[in-house]
Structures are given as C-alpha cells and as structure tokens.
Design a protein around this ligand. Structure first.
Ligand SMILES: Cc1cc2nc3c(=O)[nH]c(=O)nc-3n(C[C@H](O)[C@H](O)[C@H](O)COP(=O)(O)OP(=O)(O)OC[C@H]3O[C@@H](n4cnc5c(N)ncnc54)[C@H](O)[C@@H]3O)c2cc1C
Length: 619
C-alpha cells in the first residue's frame, strides 16, 4: 500500500515537514508532492537571489531546521547543523559562489546573516532531505501555486494547480503557506486609485521584495508609514539598493548618496523606530526565568483561560524589571539608595501590581531617569509637547541614545531587560496557544497591545541598521514625521499629505506614499487563491476564542484542532486529511513567524513532527 501527501508551501516550515515525513516514514511507498511557486527551502521570504543588504533579524546560531535532543517529539531526532554551523563548514569546504563563501568566512554565532545566505542554508537543508530520504520515498516538486482543494467520493484530496498541471490526488494535504497577500482595505484601494489618477506612487503593505520600488522617483519626498522591520528593509532597498554606500569617517558612519534616493518622511503610531537589538559581542544572555517560568505557565493554563493584563503581564513586567535592576545595580551601584540585598529581597517578596512595589523602586532609585519606565517604552513621545520640541530632532536624539545602549548592550540595563522580555514570548506562546487567554483578553491585550509592543522593544533591527538610519538622517534623506502619522490626499495639489497631529508642523506634500508594515494574517481578507476558496466553500473557518461570560473573539486566523492541527470547517467538523501550520493559524498558535531555535524544544519542529506522523496515517 502506498501513501501520498501534498505539502503546500515550501518555505522553512514546508521543508521541515518534508524532513519529518521522511524521518517518520516506515517501509512502504510514499509520494510527497511539494507545491510552491518559489524554490523549495527558502520559498518566497528567503529567496537566495535577493539583494545582499537585506538582513535576518535573528542571529546565525539561533536558527535551525533540525531536531535535537531538546525537541519533545514522537518521531526520531535527526540532528543537523544550525545556520552558524553550516556557515563554518561552508567556510572550511568552500562554495562556488564567492559571495556566500565570504559571508561564511566572516560569520560569527551572533551575526545577523543576509537573507540570501539563510536562503542558501534552507535550500541546502531541503537538498539534504531529498538526498538522504529513504529509497521508498519519492519527492515531486511542483513549481506553481495550489489554487483549490476538493475531495473525491473516497475522501482522497484533490489539489488543483495554477499552471494547469495535475491535479494532484493525494491521501493528505498539509498547508504551510506562511504570509499571504491580503485584499486591500477600502482606504488602501482609495489611495491606489488616487495615485493612478494623479500619476503618483502608492505602495500598499507588502513584503518589500515584492514592492515596485523602482517607480518611486529619486529626489522626491516619499511618505513612509511604519517604523518597524519592514521600514528598515525599505530604507535599505531605497538607499544601498539604489547605489548609495555607507562608510565610516573615523567619527561616525556616513552615507554617500548615489543621487537616486527619495527623501523618506517616516512616521508611525509610536513615531519612533523599533529599538535596536543589543549588540553583546557574543550570544545574547539567556537569563533563567524567575517569575514567569514554565511552572507559572502550567499553573495559569491549569486555572482556565487567563486574562493577560491581570494574570500574565504582571509576571512578565516583574521578570523584565528584575533583570533591569540587576544590571543597574551591577553597573551603577551608586544609583541605589538602599542596600542591594535589601532591595532584591523586598522586590522578590512583592507582587508587581502591589502599590508597595512602585514605592520600593522609587525609594531605592530616587532619580526617575534611571528607572525602567514601561509607559515611556510604549509611547516614547507620550508626554513630550512636540509643539515645543522639533519632532525630527527629538526622535533622532532618542534613536541615537538607543544606538549607544545597543552598542554597549552588556552594560545596558535596558537592553538586558528587553532581551529578557523578548525571551518571555516563548512562554507566552505556550500559555496562549489554543484559547489559553479569554477571547476578550486575546483581542485587547495580546493582539491589541503586547504583540506590537514586544516586537518594537525586543525584536528590532541589528544595531548596524539603526546606525545606518542615523547616517541617512544626517544626510538629510530621512526625516521623522512624528507619532500617530496620518496620510490624506490633496486632489487640488495632486499629492499625498503626511502629518502627525501631535506636531504643529505643516503636512508634508509628496508624490509617493509607501505603507511600510506587514499586516497580520487575515483569513477574511486573504488574497491567496487556495485559502480564499477553502474559506468561501466553508471548508475552513476563522478561529473563535470564547470569553467566559462575555463575547467570543472571532480572530483573523484559521481554525485547526488542538495538537493535531487538522483543519476545522465552517460547520465545526475536523477534517481527518487536511492540516495547516504556521502563520495562517497565528491566532490558534501565537508567534508562528518565529523560526526554530536550537536546543529550545522549538514549537515549529514539535508541531511539524506531529503533523507529519498524522498525515502518514491519514487515509
Ligand atoms: C520580509 C520578511 C522577513 C522576515 N525576517 C525574519 C527573520 O529575520 N527571522 C525570523 O525568524 N523570521 C523572519 N520572518 C518571519 C518568517 O515568516 C519566518 O521566518 C518563516 O519564513 C516562516 O516560515 P513558513 O514556511 O511558515 O512561511 P514562509 O516562509 O512564508 O513560506 C510559505 C511558502 O508558502 C508558499 N505559498 C503560499 N501560498 C501558496 C499556495 N497557494 N500554493 C503554493 N505555495 C504557496 C509561499 O510561496 C512561501 O514560499 C520574516 C518574514 C518576512 C515576510
């Protein structure tokens, strides 16, 4: 008897799925069909031919696709090199591509590799999986898009392909689709129409690789909304990507323009770019959890759906704050007006939300400037009167101070605290998965606040990117617009107008407007033909999270069964042969965009193993 499985999407997750199918398959004929319009391994995001100035925001030694002994899975562990180890062997053994070889030679465990280098690693992993697969497994590649999924009378799954080949008739289908494009919102449609009518440029939210940036005129103002990771990619594509270069003049990094750059007028809700990642000159510190560890997660999960604001955030805040004051006491003991042991003991004994905690911190650290202030991190320009402070210079000063801290991360209380905050997200993930929070709290606190907040303070760009941003500001090619940036249209002037309501400045008039942010997945608005068809046929549904005594939260993610990841249809039936993993199910399983980290029992690997095993018996 033979089995056939179709994996739709051949990015990192699809690659791990193929590896897990091969690892778990027993002696019988298995056909694995891999469908993706992009080359398997890197898929769309990690194409190996993308420009070399686009960087990963994770570090080399924290990236793998292989299982190790930490991974709690039923299938066999098949170890392999992480990205850093692969770079080391590439440096030793050489690579026909000198660009890859050079990067491999320079790689350190804590380097942020180029995306194309990671793409090469992923392609290598995929190739190795193919080469080492047992002879009874045949892998078929289909370099096209899957556009529909139906079934025959025997329950066999039929995958229709965009290029007209196929269809593929298989026993089980696993969707590993990643980020898919979304249908535009009414405002985005209106901006696109306005741009078309007036000969202007409008770039909707997209993967920067797909944005038609060549249409942005050189020298002209460009409004950019968004100051997160997507912004930094666009910044790089519009400067280095247009022939400019950065060099150090001994004092500062300077930008040498090519003359083909637009002038970026950039803003966002916070008005300030994501904080730079700490540059520790070694792997970022792994601080053991004290207040929000695995035991706290187990306790909260056992107690039923939690409220993030009252049950979870206080633990995260205390965890993060403890790291902050540990480093402050080490680096600047004179800032503390209390004996450190006394402060630590009292801190340890108090709950975060106890008013005595704020009093303790205030009396131990009399100078407010040295204290950790979460609200200032959340709204960095919150209390400043921007009528009196020039906004560009104010933001620039904040960015410069952040860069100084990032460059000296080992000694920075804030950078250490934000590294610790970032690390809590793995535990948050385990807690919130599959309805661990009430629907109301998931909507308000996780989707509405913590997700974006944690990304902005703990998942930012490498410090070097922020240094480049400052060099561009020095060169007059980046201007900060301010918080709560709005963009409107001026038909009379035939231009977009960008401004911040918090400043008294006149709006910036521009012939080009770029949305530099990637929206979260949204089943209701997906432009992916396969997902759209499944949704419209009632073959899948959005995940709803109940709130005891309150309204359920209908999320934008796709509903799948707990642990088996089987797709649930509009009538609530769990499909035995259809599975989905990764970004489209983000509301069920938070933080799906995070790749697998070695020695961390990575969810991506655990889940892929479970799904591969279930798919092998789904007939
Ligand atoms: C621009 C960008 C930069 C990122 N940088 C980082 C980073 O530095 N570090 C990090 O950890 N994460 C990063 N991420 C997050 C990224 O999503 C994950 O790292 C990882 O790529 C997720 O893997 P995946 O296989 O689930 O999804 P993806 O990598 O998105 O792969 C999904 C694949 O499915 C294919 N597909 C979709 N629909 C269909 C269809 N209908 N038929 C056939 N194929 C289909 C796509 O072509 C794609 O190749 C980044 C994401 C983006 C968009």
């Amino acid at each position: 008897m033979s089995t056939s499985i179709c994996v739709v999407g051949a990015g990192p997750r699809g690659t791990v799925l193929v590896e897990r199918i091969a690892a778990n398959a027993w002696r019988r004929r298995i056909d694995v069909h891999v469908v993706d319009p992009y080359p398997p391994g890197g898929g769309h995001v990690w194409q190996a031919d993308q420009p070399g100035h686009l960087l990963m925001n994770t570090v080399a030694a924290d990236t793998t696709l292989f299982t190790d002994d930490s991974v709690h899975c039923a299938g066999p562990v098949v170890p392999g090199p992480n990205l850093y180890e692969w770079a080391c062997s590439t440096a030793r053994e050489g690579d026909p591509d000198p660009v890859i070889r050079d990067e491999a030679v320079r790689m350190l465990p804590w380097s942020h590799p180029t995306r194309r280098f990671h793409g090469r690693y992923l392609a290598w992993v995929y190739g190795r999986v193919k080469e080492t697969a047992p002879e009874w497994i045949t892998i078929h590649e289909h370099r096209t898009r899957a556009v529909a999924l139906t079934e025959d009378a025997d329950g066999r799954q039929i995958v229709a392909l965009e290029d007209g080949t196929g269809p593929l008739t298989v026993d089980a289908v696993i969707l590993a689709l990643g980020h898919t494009d979304l249908e535009p919102l009414p405002e985005q449609r209106a901006h696109a129409r306005f741009a078309a009518d007036h000969g202007l440029f409008y770039g909707p939210p997209a993967n920067p690789l797909d944005a038609p940036l060549d249409a942005i005129p050189p020298g002209a103002p460009l409004l950019v909304r968004g100051l997160g990771m997507n912004f930094f990619d666009h910044m790089s594509l519009l400067t280095t990507g247009r022939g400019g270069r950065f060099d150090h003049d001994g004092e500062r990094l300077r930008y040498r323009p090519s003359g083909r750059e637009p002038v970026l007028y950039a803003g966002s809700r916070r008005g300030v770019p994501y904080l730079a990642r700490g540059d520790y000159g070694r792997m970022p510190p792994a601080v053991p959890a004290r207040y929000f560890g695995d035991d706290a997660v187990a306790r909260l999960r056992g107690a039923g759906p939690a409220d993030f604001r009252t049950d979870v955030w206080p633990l995260i805040a205390k965890e993060t704050t403890a790291v902050y004051y540990d480093v402050l006491l080490r680096e600047n003991p004179s800032a503390c007006a209390m004996r450190p042991e006394r402060f630590r003991a009292k801190f340890d004994a108090l709950a975060w939300e106890d008013p005595a905690m704020a009093d303790l911190i205030a009396s131990a650290f009399p100078d407010p400037a040295v204290r950790l202030d979460f609200s200032a991190l959340h709204r960095p320009l919150g209390s400043l009167s921007l009528d009196h402070h020039p906004v560009h210079e104010t933001v620039e000063a904040l960015v410069r101070a952040d860069l100084a801290r990032a460059r000296d991360a080992r000694h920075s209380p804030l950078k250490n605290a934000m590294t610790a905050l970032g690390a809590t997200r793995g535990r948050v993930r385990r807690l919130v998965t599959h309805g661990g929070l009430t629907g109301e709290s998931h909507r308000r606190d996780l989707d509405g606040w913590f997700q974006g907040f944690a990304a902005s303070v703990a998942s930012g760009p490498p410090a070097g990117r922020v240094e480049e941003l400052l060099a561009l500001a020095d060169a007059g090619l980046v201007r900060f617009v301010g918080p709560d940036m709005t963009v409107t249209t001026d038909p009379a002037a035939g231009a977009f107008l960008g401004s911040s309501p918090r400043t008294g400045s006149a709006p910036v008039k521009a012939p080009a407007f770029l949305e530099a942010h990637l929206p979260p997945p949204d089943l209701g608005r997906t432009a992916d033909p396969l997902l759209r068809r499944l949704r419209d046929d009632g073959a899948c549904r959005p995940y709803r999270i109940p709130t005891p005594g309150g309204p359920a939260y209908e999320t934008r993610g796709m509903d799948v069964a707990a642990e088996t990841f089987r797709i649930i249809d509009a009538r609530g039936r769990v499909h035995p042969r259809r599975f989905a993993l990764g970004i489209p199910i983000e509301s069920v399983d938070w933080l799906t965009a995070m790749g697998a980290k070695p020695a961390s029992n990575a969810a991506m690997l655990v889940q892929a193993d479970a799904v591969a095993r279930a798919a092998l018996t789904a007939h």
